[in-house]
Design a binder for this molecule. Structure first.
Ligand SMILES: [Mn+2]
Length: 273
């Protein structure tokens, strides 16, 4: 089983960018990379996950995972995809495209996979298989650099909101270092990492207590979209709704590529090509 949490060195050569939920919007990223004069031998891009579904080029986005400058964590859409294909990944035979494990994958945007199904051979195409293999190797969390340069990449959030006592628990660098040593993230945390929306979407009507956030280096995340990147408790959410730009040509939404060191966001909207 691949590592759930991975540590990477700081980038001493070039720039590090983080990109919001791609959801198949490959051409928007391509334009942003040209816009910032991205230099693949020096610069890096970190994806907060949800590379697939809803947009026009899901497989093309998965192929980014083969690039040496592109790093990503799994989003809930990748997790749904892996669950959907779990038997195929084990046995290599795919009789139909039925959601036998009730993952919701097809319902939540995964129907694009139908174009890569080879019913006569009971498998997916080679290109698709390669993408699926790359997804299965993605961690849930990346820890990059040390000291003041340190940052984290997750899909949703590194906090847990308990409805019963309205208490928000925030995990800190020390907890993350412990997970790195263990090579494993506790299950209660992985749910929040993938699905949590307590920071970026909810209104804290009932919130009674927030634990300190000192000791938590910046956490770049996505999963909940709004027209602009925003920050709450060390979390910087860079999901600005790329798929909304594609789906409805809603000019409020776009894809954000965020320069981590200079804290500048660049955005592109969908253009019919
Ligand atoms: Mn998501």
């Amino acid at each position: 089983m691949p590592a759930m949490i991975k540590k990477l060195s700081a980038n001493s050569q070039g720039k590090d960018y983080v990109v919001g939920d791609l959801h198949g919007c490959f051409s928007m990223l391509e334009r942003l990379l040209q816009h910032v004069y991205f230099e693949p031998t020096r610069d890096r891009v970190f994806s907060v996950g949800d590379l697939i579904d809803r947009g026009p080029d899901s497989l093309r986005c998965l192929q980014l995972l083969a690039e040496p400058w592109f790093y990503a964590v799994q989003g809930n859409h990748e997790v749904m995809m892996l669950k959907f294909f779990q038997d195929y990944l084990t046995h290599g035979v795919l009789e139909d495209l039925v959601d036998h494990h009730q993952t919701g994958f097809l319902r939540y945007g995964g129907a694009w996979i139908e174009a890569y199904f080879r019913i006569d051979q009971q498998c997916m195409t080679d290109k698709f298989n390669h993408g699926l293999d790359l997804v299965s190797q993605l961690p849930l969390m990346l820890v990059v650099g040390n000291g003041p340069d340190r940052f984290h990449i997750v899909h949703a959030e590194l906090v847990s909101f308990n409805e019963l006592d309205a208490e928000l628990t925030i995990w800190l660098d020390d907890d993350i270092d412990r997970w790195l040593t263990l090579g494993k993230i506790p299950e209660s945390v992985t749910e929040c990492l993938l699905w949590g929306r307590s920071l970026m979407m909810r209104h804290y009507g009932q919130l009674s207590h927030i634990q300190a956030q000192t000791g938590l280096s910046p956490v770049f995340c996505g999963h909940s979209y709004a027209p602009e990147p925003r920050q709450v408790l060390s979390h910087v959410c860079v999901d600005t709704g790329a798929f909304k730009s594609f789906e409805s040509a809603d000019a409020h939404y776009n894809l954000t590529l965020f320069d981590i060191k200079d804290a500048i966001g660049y955005s592109a909207t969908y253009e019919k090509g």
